[in-house]
Design a protein around this ligand. Structure first.
Ligand SMILES: [Zn+2]
Length: 710
């Protein structure tokens, strides 16, 4: 125990690096820069950033850049490490590298190019050995002598030390504030049990390691822009797992965990070229590990799988976590933070070495990947996919944005097509041909996979993105593709200025930005009504058909005068980017008139959502993100420990997510029932819906016979 504690506080460069590693003078090691040995504290993101900048300032091998920014405005750093001469030609290297990967690229003429390696760390912010290993690995690349100099001639290395800055800082703060002297290894200690929601997720409690395909978060969008712009040959993804485990590296489980759209060669050949070296690196330390078990390699939204869809090799590494500085563990006795960090350093170093050794094979594989994509597309009975929602311009734009970010070719549809239940019309429909280099990614986005060779998954088992968007789409099977002009940017949307009306302003609810516009109007004190039926209004610009749920803003009975109301409507229309019509008459062209009883008042909801210990952070975060980022609606997140202080009269809507809801039982349940009877709206997700039914809050719906227990 004492020996372990000494290791935890005194691990120096000799501990982390193999015998014989040597470093240039004049470049500070992480310990020299930070003022403490790596592993003795958890390093904050701003310190990691500062160290990356210091390396770039002290060495002409390294340049520093920021590829994006998080919700909490933390930068997303990438340190580029290679020789001075590669740095001078970096843009040429990039364009030749990309050209060589294309199906018509000349891979033979790219033999002199360095291999492109992206070393990524810590997408889960509480898996903290990753980013500490990143600093040591960056130091080795920037200051290392001998073999490192050859690697830099033959490779361009991007070190992204922290893929989840907001999440990491939550855990780092927790681990340091509870750190004791002497260190406490008891798993029960507060240091090892972080406060809800923990550091795994980002600001809105999303798992960023599921977001590489849907790109909900700015971290992911910046990341995919970067990876698309480089198509790295090798991408690492360093994680941690439970303290009682050992270490995992690929190959992953062969049955059912391989993505069936990828060439099998990635698993049977390319990965295997590295595996012996990882084994050797850990064997030399006596570190135990496992392979071919547990971890899936199938969902393109994983950070270790998405790079495979760019013809690279994505690699997951999992280290047993000390989740703190030292912790008792059944497999390790005392598991120390430095021990965890060192394993990640060593597999990282081995990855660098093998990537350089195998650079020609990796480049040839990447080229073959895109050639075989075209071949497979040619033999696919699906010639392409057509999509588009004629009533939702915002959704179309968002979906096209997603496709373009993934490097997928999109064309305007130039003739009408009926596919399944949908009729797609030019002007509101687009076509994605199967025959394109990103065939596999496009197919992943549209294909409905309903049967699987193995029904046991690590987690994600389906990812049809068009369904997630609610986007009408269909497969084109024969008959040629109705290909109009290529779409190279998200179609612009000119929103005409709203003419003045003395009757009412009308907003179509079928546009997915309509809730944001309504919220913005109500925040300006505007009174609104909602239509319970579709109708065709007489507007200043002619007849406009509106769906059920359309919003009417009558000019009468507002607290704002007619001028101020018009100004507010114009402002919201431009700010949200959505057209708003000005009624010319209350007498509709078809359907109900604007004074009909089919319009009901709609009030801005005051939303309350319990969050905290025992509740699902993923579900709560998803709702929080939706209301904040998509709707612009404030939501009060009440901690479960403060539920006793709720004044129910202040809220109209209660959102409950899965988890332990016992804090609402007993006398509080009566208060909740009374609030619902008085007109309060309960929105219950998943397990919370079953809880609501069991507790007699849904008189029309019985308790489910199966369902997640609270
Ligand atoms: Zn992880």
């Amino acid at each position: 125990m004492l020996a372990a504690q000494r290791a935890a506080t005194s691990a120096g460069l000799d501990y982390y690096f193999p015998d014989g590693a040597s470093f240039l003078p004049g470049i500070p090691s992480p310990e020299e820069f930070l003022g403490y040995p790596i592993g003795s504290f958890h390093t904050r993101h701003d310190q990691i950033v500062a160290y990356m900048k210091e390396l770039a300032a002290r060495s002409d091998r390294a340049t520093y850049q920021e590829i994006g920014v998080t919700y909490e405005l933390r930068p997303m750093p990438v340190l580029t490490v290679t020789t001075l001469s590669n740095h001078a030609n970096l843009e040429e290297i990039r364009s030749r590298h990309l050209a060589a990967s294309e199906p018509d690229g000349q891979v033979d003429e790219a033999a002199d190019l360095p291999v492109i390696v992206h070393l990524g760390y810590g997408v889960h912010g509480n898996e903290t050995s990753s980013s500490e290993a990143a600093m040591l690995t960056a130091y080795w690349l920037v200051a290392g002598t001998g073999e490192v100099e050859e690697y830099l001639r033959e490779g361009v290395f991007f070190v992204e030390p922290n893929l989840n800055p907001d999440g990491r800082d939550r855990h780092t703060w927790w681990a340091n504030l509870n750190r004791a002297e002497p260190l406490v290894a008891d798993p029960l200690d507060r240091e090892h049990n972080e406060v809800w929601p923990g550091g795994r997720t980002n600001h809105y409690w999303f798992d960023l390691n599921r977001d590489w395909l849907p790109l909900v978060n700015p971290e992911s969008r910046a990341r995919i822009d970067w990876h698309q712009s480089w198509r790295p040959n090798v991408v690492t993804d360093f994680h941690e797992m439970g303290a009682s485990s050992t270490y995992f590296f690929e190959p992953s489980e062969p049955v059912g965990s391989w993505n069936p759209l990828l060439p099998e060669e990635i698993y049977t050949d390319i990965t295997m070229r590295f595996a012996d070296d990882w084994a050797e690196a850990l064997d030399s330390l006596g570190s135990l590990y496992f392979t071919k078990e547990v971890y899936d390699n199938s969902y393109p939204g994983y950070g270790s799988t998405y790079p495979n869809f760019l013809g690279g090799l994505g690699l997951v590494f999992e280290q047993a976590s000390a989740r703190g500085h030292i912790q008792e563990s059944t497999s390790h006795g005392i598991l120390t933070f430095p021990f965890a960090i060192r394993n990640h350093v060593r597999t990282g170093l081995a990855t660098v070495r093998v990537a350089v050794e195998e650079r020609q094979a990796l480049r040839a594989y990447q080229h073959d990947f895109f050639v075989s994509a075209l071949d497979e597309a040619a033999s696919d009975p699906v010639d392409g996919w057509i999509f588009g929602d004629p009533a939702d311009v915002s959704l179309n734009r968002d979906f096209i944005d997603l496709l373009l970010r993934h490097g997928i070719e999109v064309y305007e549809a130039d003739e009408a097509r009926e596919v399944g239940a949908h009729t797609f019309e030019p002007g509101s429909a687009w076509v994605v041909p199967a025959e394109q280099p990103q065939y596999r990614l496009a197919r992943s986005i549209f294909e409905r996979t309903e049967t699987f060779p193995d029904s046991v998954f690590y987690d994600a088992s389906t990812w049809t993105v068009s369904l997630a968007y609610g986007m009408p789409d269909g497969e084109i099977l024969g008959g040629g593709l109705p290909l109009g002009p290529a779409v190279t940017a998200v179609p612009g949307r000119t929103v005409p200025s709203v003419p003045r009306s003395s009757i009412a302003y009308l907003l179509d609810w079928r546009d997915s930005r309509a809730p944001r516009a309504l919220q913005a109007l109500q925040a300006r004190g505007v009174r609104a009504e909602v239509s319970t039926r579709p109708f065709t209004a007489a507007t200043v610009a002619g007849a406009v058909s509106l769906g059920r749920g359309a919003i009417s803003v009558p000019v009468v009975a507002q607290t704002l005068d007619a001028d101020a109301l018009h100004a507010a409507v114009v402002e919201v229309s431009q700010e949200v980017g959505i057209p708003i019509s000005a009624a010319a008459s209350a007498y509709s062209v078809a359907g109900q008139d604007l004074g009909s009883r089919g319009f009901l008042p709609v009030h801005a909801p005051r939303v309350l959502m319990p969050v905290g210990e025992g509740l699902s952070g993923y579900e709560a975060g998803q709702i929080w993100h939706l209301l904040d980022q998509r709707v612009g609606m404030p939501v009060t997140k009440v901690d479960v420990s403060d539920v006793g202080r709720i004044d129910w009269s202040r809220y109209d809507v209660l959102v409950l997510v899965s988890g332990n809801l016992s804090f609402l039982e007993g006398p509080r349940l009566d208060a909740l029932r009374g609030w619902i009877r008085g007109g309060g709206t309960l929105v219950a997700l998943r397990g919370a819906a079953a809880w609501a039914a069991r507790n007699d809050l849904t008189p029309n719906v019985g308790a489910p016979s199966v369902g997640r227990a609270p």
